[in-house]
Structures are given as structure tokens and as C-alpha cells.
Ligand binder design. Structure first.
Ligand code: HEM
Ligand SMILES: *[C@@H]1O[C@H](CO)[C@@H](O)[C@H](O)[C@H]1NC(C)=O
Length: 322
């Protein structure tokens, strides 16, 4: 590096610019092309194995990426275990007894460390695993912006306040995504992730018993395995999408149009408000949703911790390097 005496005029500025841009930003799908060329193959084969064992895992990995990126940016903070005085995000209300896939991330990280030790962040592994989960369940593919780094901190408070909950109204949903520079359209497209996966009864009980914007036959169907009195049946699962629970298709949106959204927050997207027209378009034009979803998730994957946040490449995704 140039010493201060030889650091003159624009050469010096250029050097500083290059240095800082390698520390922040500059995310690129080819970030590991030289340092870990087999990364994407390793992730794909490990996720494929996991999805063959349990197809739902494709959905769970997608959700893991969402819950990572909405707290401090996509920084692997959700993976940190509570240990001693360290408090992570795993006990936050939206995560506890709910977020899944940690063992799959561990397995990928183990396999990646064998060939490219100390190079690939846990945050990037989640983003690639989420993409592969979607592809394996029949959804679109996209180039994942890589080069995110792992935080040395986590935020239980932000996990509790920034991850939207199923009782949110449309304006709250829009605000929660806007906080992360995601538009209402991005929000409505990303919510289409609920075309795959399951919810526990405790998250949709209020909607099926007290909701006003719900198809009565659908409510009756869901009540069969979700009793009114908590905590009875709290953890019983129902698919978001009645027809094709583990296929990444547009059924989520056609269900909203017929008032068969599972969560109150799902049905909020088609409830006489600003997103109705877009939901109708997604429900009828099969190419529009995948295309908007890809645009929005690439934006989400680029959310980073604020500049200056200490980061590292964690060796074990569950603990900060000592
Ligand atoms: C718009 C606000 C959102 C709310 C209120 C919300 C809420 C929820 C809830 C309550 C569950 C069920 C959890 C359980 O019962 O254990 C769930 C599951 C899921 N969420 Fe969301 N979510 C939202 C947006 C998103 C986004 C943006 C994504 C991804 C891009 C996503 C992906 C998923 C997936 C794939 C599942 C199923 C996971 C599985 O079966 O393991 N969600 N969500
Ligand atoms: C329905 O709403 C009432 C009034 O807010 C509440 O007391 C009750 O627990 C709700 N029922 C269910 C099943 O969520």
C-alpha cells in the first residue's frame, strides 16, 4: 500500500475508494468465483439432499433468509446460539419454536469449510440455500448477490420488532418493508413465499375464528385441526396453500382472491386496499409473480449491516470466532 509520502492526489483517493468498496457493498454473484469456485455446487447438493429427506425444508430455508435479512441486514445473525451472556435472536417471538433449517446450514458450512476454509460467510450460505430451496420446489432461479459478511452481534430486540407478525394490518406490513427500502410491490411479491410451507395453528387461530374477510368453508376446514381454545393444538400445522403446499406457484394469490389466505396478514393483501389489483394480476398472469419475486428478493439479499459494523467470516455459523 502507498505510504503517505507517496500517496498523492487522485491516486490516493482511488486507493482509498477501492479499499473501502471491498469492505462494504460490492456484492456480486461472482464474489467467490476465484476463492471458492465449487461453492454453489456444494450448496445445491446439500440442499437437494435435505429437500429429498423433507420437502418442506425448501420453504424453511427461504424463511430463514427473510428473518436473517430483516434484522441488521443479511449478516447470519439469526444463526448465533444463545451462550453464556450472549443473547441471540433464536428466542425472539417470530423465531422461537418456529424457524427451521439450522442443521442444514451447519451441514453446508461444514462441507464448504472442507474445500474453502475461512472464505465463505454464513450469511451468503443462507442466501444461496434459500434460492436453491425455491428452485427445488419448482420456483424461479436468480443470481444471488454474494459478499455479505457475518456480524459479531445479534439483536433480540430488532428480531422482535422488525419481523412482521400475522396480526399486522396492510399499513403495518407496508411500513415494515419500507423500513428496509422495500416497496409495497416488493412486499406483496415477497409475501408470495407463502405459496410454500406451513403455519402453526397459534398463528392463524384468530383469523379463522374471528376474521371477517375469510371464506366460511375455508375457515371451517382449518378449524378442524386448530381448536379455538389456546393452547390446544397450538403447534398443529396447516399448509399456506391448500392445493399445492410445497410447489412454488401462484396458488397463494388465487387463494387470496377467493378469501382463503391462512394468516390475517396474508388476507390483508386482498382486503379492499392498495394491493388488491396487484394480487389479482399475480393470480392471473403466471409469469408476473416469479419475475417480481426475483426482483424483490435480490433487493432483500442486498440488505447489509450499517457501514462500520464489525464483521467477519465465521468458522462455525453458531458462534462468533474467538
Ligand atoms: C409479510 C409479512 C410476513 C408475515 C407476517 C409472515 C409470517 C409467517 C408466519 C406466522 C409463518 C408460520 C410460522 C409458524 O407457524 O411456525 C410463516 C411461515 C413462512 N414464511 Fe412468512 N411471513 C411474512 C413474510 C414472509 C416473507 C417475505 C418470506 C420469504 C421471502 C416468508 C417465508 C415464509 C415461509 C417459506 C414460511 C413457511 C416455513 C416452513 O414451512 O417452515 N414469509 N410466515
Ligand atoms: C376472538 O376475539 C375475541 C375478542 O377480541 C377474543 O377474546 C377471542 O380470544 C378471539 N378468539 C380466538 C379464537 O382467537
Amino acid at each position: 500500500m502507498a505510504s503517505s509520502s507517496s500517496c498523492r492526489a487522485w491516486h490516493c483517493l482511488l486507493a482509498l475508494f477501492l479499499l473501502s468498496s471491498s469492505a462494504y457493498g460490492q456484492l456480486s454473484p461472482s464474489f467467490y468465483a476465484k476463492t471458492c469456485p465449487t461453492l454453489e455446487l456444494i450448496v445445491r447438493s446439500t440442499v437437494t439432499k435435505a429437500v429429498l429427506v423433507e420437502r418442506r425444508m425448501g420453504a424453511s430455508l427461504l424463511r430463514l433468509h427473510f428473518h436473517d435479512c430483516f434484522v441488521q441486514g443479511c449478516d447470519g445473525s439469526i444463526l448465533l446460539d444463545d451462550k453464556g451472556s450472549f443473547v441471540g435472536e433464536k428466542t425472539a417471538l417470530p423465531n422461537v419454536n418456529s424457524v427451521r433449517g439450522f442443521e442444514v446450514i451447519d451441514e453446508i458450512k461444514k462441507n464448504v469449510e472442507l474445500v474453502c476454509p475461512g472464505v465463505v460467510s454464513c450469511a451468503d450460505i443462507i442466501a444461496l440455500a434459500a434460492r436453491d430451496g425455491v428452485v427445488l420446489l419448482g420456483g424461479p432461479s436468480w443470481p444471488v448477490p454474494l459478499g455479505q459478511r457475518d456480524s459479531t452481534t445479534a439483536s433480540l430486540n430488532a428480531a422482535n420488532s422488525d419481523i412482521p407478525t400475522p396480526d399486522y394490518k396492510l399499513d403495518q406490513l407496508i411500513a415494515a418493508f419500507n423500513k428496509h427500502q422495500l416497496s409495497p410491490r416488493d412486499m406483496t411479491a415477497l409475501s408470495g413465499a407463502h405459496t410454500i410451507g406451513y403455519s402453526q395453528c397459534l398463528n392463524f387461530r384468530d383469523h379463522i375464528y374471528n376474521g371477517t374477510n375469510i371464506d366460511p368453508a375455508f375457515a371451517t376446514l382449518r378449524k378442524r385441526t386448530c381448536p379455538a381454545q389456546a393452547p390446544n393444538g397450538d403447534t398443529n400445522l396447516a399448509p399456506f396453500d391448500v392445493q399445492t403446499p410445497l410447489v412454488f406457484d401462484i396458488a397463494y394469490y388465487s387463494n387470496l382472491v377467493t378469501k382463503r389466505g391462512l394468516l390475517n396478514s396474508d388476507q390483508e393483501l386482498f382486503n379492499g386496499g392498495s394491493q388488491d389489483a396487484l394480487v389479482s394480476q399475480y393470480a392471473t398472469n403466471p409469469a408476473l409473480f416469479p419475475s417480481d419475486f426475483v426482483t424483490a428478493i435480490i433487493k432483500m439479499s442486498k440488505l447489509s449491516p450499517p457501514p462500520g459494523t464489525p464483521t467477519q467470516i465465521r468458522r462455525n455459523c453458531r458462534v462468533v470466532n474467538s
